[in-house]
Ligand binder design. Structure first.
Ligand code: BES
Ligand code: ZN
Length: 569
């Protein structure tokens, strides 16, 4: 219900009795109001049953304990969500591209599904689902399930998800959505005014799918569609099965940021097919996915692009490791007593990718590709732990090679902080040339207009900005801006990098742009670093507070909780 910002409905769970004598089932909830709980033996006759909602834990929410009869096979919970549900964002028309209709979407990873569905909210349990969603007419509902792009806008939508998935991949969005096909089994949903540019941007999706299938075996989810969300979407992308959710900030007009599509598509193998059984094993999802993402990019765009991304990310990882305490530098991280969202650092992504690249370089690409293909086949539609992976690795890749096992030192990679000395290195000639240019400009050797930036890609521009000295004088800022127009940059990543520099150097001509950027975008990765930079000085903190006051009501609960820590500690 858009006016009250709540979902109201029933969840019917088909339960599989693992222990014969079990007499209660415990479901996860957070902020749900439970009206009734009923049991059924056959899905036709229902009887109410007592339930108990435990005290709420600040991270886990409240357990819903339902007393079971010996014969019950289904549990039906009638409930409403709370307006502040951590996994749901309700948008006013003004926050959409069309400005006429409201919009809502869910974000379940890591443990936010429980804020909109009572269920066993762990990646160790998989479910199939069917759903009926009622909406205001004129709006379209989509889910991480089989979709009918032609479904009439009559206020009721049916969904069926036949492949078993973990709870964090259940997703729903409702809004004024149009659809454009991209290929035979790919397409994009977005608001009508966005859908054409989205289709042009994501034009390579079908080619990426073909490339991934060639490497890692068949795509097991039938269709792959993308949904472009309004700008408050807190992440770059979310790999909801059959329907990736994506930020509109990747629609750059030149396909420069479509690595994100390669990444979310790759999760159709690493993550959605073979899933981390617990959030400690998150690197099995993200490390594998970054590795696959690079292989897809290499296949579709060539090696040069990948060398750049890898070189840039090596720097990102070094900065992240310098910032994190030792326990959080471990791939198989200990999250006991913590919010699993705390595990979402660069470590599972980039240290994980380096470990897999090391394996590839050690055994050769052909053998490693064969290994991975068999791994996805072997564990398909299952949730596995780090130990399961290590056992499979030992048996299928390392068993006959004691020397290799010794030099790899899997234990150091998975269980120790820091970066092992055998980490693969990356080099990008293109980026080295960019650094030289940046140095020559910064030292005054050449003027901005004389720099050779002719055919630079976005990755080169980003590296140019990152290679700037910590401090720039106002005339230097002005010169860069006049020649390259950074304040007006349309590319969200370039604008982000420039605004960081602008804040650091108190470059006033970018003030207005900073404000519209922070109010218009809700993607945490692009906005939080800007607030971090602002609060470093008293004047900056005052500005951060004023801008945040305006921007906060438009941000997603996930972004709000991270940025509150910075601006309102
Ligand atoms: N699954 C993640 C997003 C996520 C992780 C949401 C943990 C909540 C908790 C997704 O695949 C992802 O990694 N997105 C990245 C983009 C990617 C190109 C690195 C993001 O949103 O920045
Ligand atoms: Zn990911």
């Amino acid at each position: 219900m858009f006016d009250s910002h709540v979902l109201e409905g029933t969840a019917t769970l088909h339960i599989e009795r693992v222990r014969e004598e079990a007499s209660v089932v415990r479901l996860d909830t957070r902020g749900l109001s439970i009206a009734t709980v009923e049991l059924s033996d056959d899905g036709r006759d229902w009887r109410e049953t007592p339930f108990r909602l435990g005290t709420a834990d600040s991270i886990l929410g409240a357990a819903l304990e339902v007393t079971l009869s010996r014969t019950a096979t289904q549990v039906r919970v009638a409930y409403t969500t709370s307006p502040g549900a951590s996994g749901v964002q309700w948008l006013e028309p003004a926050q959409t591209a069309g400005k006429v209709h409201p919009f809502m979407f869910t974000q379940s990873q890591a443990i936010h599904a429980r804020s909109w569905i009572p269920l066993q909210d762990t990646p160790g349990v998989r479910v199939t689902y069917s759903a009926t969603v009622r909406t205001p007419s004129a709006l379209r509902a989509v889910m991480s399930a089989a979709l009918d792009a032609e479904a009439p806008l009559d206020g009721e939508f049916q969904f069926e998800m036949r492949q078993p998935i973990p709870s964090y991949l259940i997703a729903l969005a409702v809004g004024d959505l149009a659809f454009r096909p991209l290929g035979a089994r790919t397409g994009v949903y977005a608001e009508p005014s966005v859908v054409e540019s989205a289709a042009a941007e994501f034009d390579d999706t079908e080619a990426m799918m073909t490339a991934t299938e060639r490497l890692y075996g068949p795509y097991r989810w039938e269709r792959y569609d993308l949904l472009v969300l309004p700008p408050s979407f807190p992440f770059g992308g979310m790999e909801n099965p059959r329907l990736t959710f994506a930020t509109p900030t990747v629609i750059a007009g030149d396909k420069s940021l479509v690595a994100l599509v390669a990444h979310e598509l790759a999760h159709s193998w690493s993550g959605n097919l073979v899933t981390n059984a617990t959030w400690r094993d998150f690197w099995l999802n993200e490390g594998f996915t970054v590795y696959l993402e690079r292989r897809i990019l290499e296949a579709v765009f060539g090696r040069g692009r990948v060398d750049m991304e890898a070189t840039l990310d090596r720097q990102v990882l070094a900065e992240e490791l310098a910032r994190l305490e030792a326990p959080d530098q471990i791939l198989h991280v200990d999250l006991s007593g913590r919010d699993p969202d705390d595990g979402m650092t660069q470590v599972p992504y980039l240290k994980g990718e380096l470990f897999l690249r090391l394996l590839e370089e050690s055994v050769g690409r052909d053998r490693f590709d064969t290994f991975l293909r068999a791994y996805f086949e072997h564990f398909a539609f299952r949730s596995i732990t780090t130990d399961d992976f290590v056992a499979y690795l030992d048996e299928h890749l390392l068993s006959d090679d004691a020397g290799l096992t010794e030099t790899l030192d899997v234990d150091a990679w998975l269980e120790q902080p820091g970066l092992p000395a055998n980490a693969p290195r990356s080099e990008s000639d293109a980026l080295s040339r960019v650094e030289q240019q940046a140095d020559r400009w910064a030292s005054g050797e050449v003027a901005a207009a004389a720099l050779e930036t002719g055919d630079w890609t976005i990755q080169e521009w980003l590296h140019f900005l990152k290679s700037m000295p910590e401090r720039l004088a106002t005339p230097q800022m002005t010169a860069l801006d006049e020649v390259f127009g950074f304040t007006a940059a349309g590319n969200s990543e370039v604008a982000h990098q420039w605004l960081l520099i602008a804040i650091r150097n108190q470059y006033e001509p970018a003030d207005a742009r900073l404000e519209t950027y922070l109010i218009g975008i809700g993607r945490r990765k692009l906005i939080k670093p800007l607030y971090d930079e602002l609060v470093k000085t008293p004047e900056g903190r005052a500005r951060a507070e004023a801008i945040y006051e305006c921007a906060r009501p438009g941000y997603h609960p996930i972004a709000v909780s991270s940025i509150d820590e910075v601006v309102r500690p």
